[in-house]
Each structure stands twice: as C-alpha cells, then as structure tokens.
Design a protein. Sequence first.
Length: 320
Amino acid sequence: MTTYVGTLGDDNHTAAAGEDVLYGLDGNDTLAATMTGSVVYGGNGNDSLSSSSFHNDTVYGGEGDDTVSGFDATVTGAGGDDSIQASGGIAYGGEGNDIISTGWDGFFDTGRAYGGLGNDTITGQGSAIDGGGGDDTIYDGPIGLSGLIVIQGGDGNDAIIVSGSGSVAETVMAYGGQGNDSIYGGQGADILIGDQGVDLLEGNAGNDYLYMPSGGGTAYGGAGNDYFDGGTGVNYYFGGGGNNTFVSNDVPSIQVVQDWTPATDTVQLNGSGFTSFADVLSHSYQNGAYFVVQIDTDTAVWLNGATAGTVTAANFTIVS
C-alpha cells in the first residue's frame, strides 16, 4: 500500500496499482481511486474526486466547490457548494449549498444522504435522507424494494417530494421537522408528518397518513383512504376521494374539513369525554356552511357543507 501526495498546483492523478491513499493538497485537483478501501482527500481548491471500487472507500472534498462521487463509499463534500454523487454508501454535504444524488447500488444498498448546513438539493432513489439545516429541496421515492424509507427535512423551510409507486412491502415516511415545510407524497401509502411550523401536506394517491403535530397548516389527501391526525393549531383538510378519517385529539385545536363527504368520511374524536352521538349533537351548532362540534372551550371540529340533519352516528367514532 502506498500514498500519493499532490502538489500545491492543479493535479490530475488516477491511482496506480497499490496506491490506496490520495492527497490533493492545494489547487483544483482531479483524483481517482481504484482500490477497495481507498481514502481520497481533495484539500483546498475546487476538486473532482472519484472512487470506483466496490466497498469501504472514503472520499473527502475539503474546502472549495468540489465534485465528489463514490460507489458504496463514504462521500463528503465538506466546505463549499459541492456536487456529490453516491451509489449506495453514505453522502455528507457539509457546509454550503450542495447538490447531492444518491441511490441504489444495484445490489443491496440504497444509500443514505445528509445535507448538513446550507440550502441543499438532494435526490434519492429509495434512500434515507436528512436535509439538516437550511431550506432544502428533497426528491426521493421507493424503487420496489422492501422496508421503510425515512426522509427528514431537518431545520428550515423544506420541500420534500416523494415519487414512485414502490411495492406493498415498502413505506415512505417523510418528516418535515422545524420550519414551514411542504411535503408531497407519491403513488403509494405514505406517512407524512409536518412537525412544527405552518406546513403543507399532500398525500397524492394511496392510503396515506397525514399528521401536523403543531403549528397548523393544510393537508390534502388525494385519492385513497386517508387518515388525517390533527395536532394543535388550526388545520385545514381536503380529503379528496376515498373513505377518509379526520381525527380530533384532546389538544387546543380546530380541525376544519373543507370537502366533507357524509357518505364516505368519518370524524374520530379522541379524549372528547363524549359517550354517544347524542353528545356530539348537544355540543354542536351551525356557523354558516359549517357544522361545528365544540368539544370544549379550545377544541372543535368544523365540517364544511354539513348540518345536524345530514350527519349521522356513522360519521363519528368516539374514542375515550
């Protein structure tokens, strides 16, 4: 095993037989590793670094706006606005506004991506993704493998777009984190969680779970039988097609169902203290086009287009 050390200028080097450590130093370097277990350091400058071996390589950009790629490797951009490509393995953006692409290696690893600081754009293929700090844009989706795909926006005002239909054994969970996030589901059964901030959730097709724990926001179910789990704040719901369930929990909140369909939709009342449909009616009133169930002083459900004469016991599930 040997080590290659570049110059302070612009180096262009492909690892020779036995070279498993490459140092670029200063300058805009182009370095390519070829051995399994290699380590590549770009150093300062705008470097182009790659690793084409099958396992356990480490590629580190360093300072500057680097282009970094690896196959089943640990790939890090570090400082600067980097462009990172990883098939399998782990991709770290570091500081700066990075462009990261990661996905399936064609064998067993779909890859993981961590944006770090900065406003990053991350594209995954069945990958686990964490945007980190900054206002990130994340594209990811299932590719037909089994398991759970977890996407986290992190801090900042993030946009998460899920694509693909996946398989019955594959579930996407997209978690917005801090900030005012927009999360768009794919064709399968997605779990979309807004967390804090005023969020926008769109389930698209499939039987989706949509949850805004705090801060309020707007959720669209789309096609499929969707489950809207209400947190604190004012939440606006558009169920779309299918048999939808709208949940009111025992927290200060107003759940507003804008496209209430009495033939297919259900309100689930958790911790309301009600015991029957008669309790629902006795705690209700009409406010214009809205049938309002006032559960207590700071918790209510508003159903657009409903009246006391059109709702039935079948529209309410009471959970103590």
